[in-house]
Design a protein around this ligand. Structure first.
Ligand code: 13P
Length: 270
């Protein structure tokens, strides 16, 4: 299993996409925290984070801090710019004032529906890193890419590009970035990759991290799998040596289901 023999604490992350307003978010996070408490979830062994829409972030941050919850949270996107005439955008500095630990960058829905380029993704990663927010860098190939280029060429190229502008003030720390491998064909399709497919690409992504950031950082960086993850298939992914967690979409909106995914250690068997 990924975490055995490595310093990597698995991360189960729920990307809510454009679901749940701030009132629904408060109720959801409270119930999720109770579910995990009931299940005696050990947050030191598996980190759990939610990624709500921007308008929920302040409410979620306040709740987590007031109730001293162990859940963490992040935003779903960030501007590449510091401030200024960028109507509708949210800067990394603003996210930092909300003590936002994480931000998803380069999700395939941003790349396809909003034409986000590799350069823009790289600029966003650079801005997150500059403000001390951990980017969850999403990479993944379409079904067409898979046929044309095989499984890892596009994700590896996207990761290289995404890291090309970031300036780490010191040597990147061991948990300064997270990578999420999300094959586009597996997102919301109900057709997840096989654990072996996810492992093959995750291993290539880790090799790329080793080349760019060195082996210490590469060994410590969490690589998540995303795309139709459910409680019934999480264990298979988590048994893979290079898969350190999951970025969950649809199933993260169902509290018992998401709590069960977070509790994968109970059904993974070592
Ligand atoms: P699904 O889990 O709904 O396939 O979505 C995956 C995803 O896009 C997470 O970012």
């Amino acid at each position: 299993m990924a975490s055995v023999g490595s310093s990597r604490v698995p991360l189960i992350a729920g990307n809510w996409k454009m679901n749940l307003d701030h009132l629904q978010a408060i109720a959801f996070v409270q119930k999720l925290a109770w579910s995990l408490k009931d299940a005696r979830h050990d947050f030191a062994k598996t980190e759990v984070a939610v990624f709500p829409p921007f308008t929920d972030l302040r409410s979620v941050q306040t709740l987590i801090s007031a109730d001293k919850l162990h859940l963490r949270f992040g935003a779903q996107d960030v501007s590449a710019h510091e401030s200024g005439a960028y109507t509708g955008e949210i800067s990394a500095a603003f996210l930092k004032t909300l003590d936002t630990p994480y931000v998803i960058i380069g999700h395939s829905e941003r790349r396809t529906l909003h034409s986000e380029s590799d350069e823009e993704v790289a600029a966003k990663v650079a801005s997150a890193v500059k403000h001390g927010i951990v980017p969850v860098i999403c990479v993944g190939e379409t079904a067409e890419d898979l046929e044309l280029h095989g499984p890892s060429a596009i994700p590896v190229a996207q990761l290289r590009a995404a890291l090309s502008q970031a300036k780490f003030e010191r040597e990147p720390g061991l948990t300064d970035i997270v990578v999420a491998y999300e094959p586009v064909w597996a997102i919301g399709s109900g057709q997840a990759a096989t654990p072996e497919q996810a492992e093959q690409v995750a291993a290539q992504l880790r090799a790329t991290l080793t080349e760019i950031l060195g082996s210490d950082v590469a060994d410590a960086t969490r690589i998540l799998y995303g795309g139709s993850v459910k409680s019934s298939n999480i264990a298979g992914f988590m048994r893979m040596p290079n898969v350190d967690g999951a970025l969950v979409g649809g199933a993260s909106l169902d509290i018992p289901e998401f709590a069960s995914i977070a509790q994968f250690l109970k059904h993974v068997g070592t």
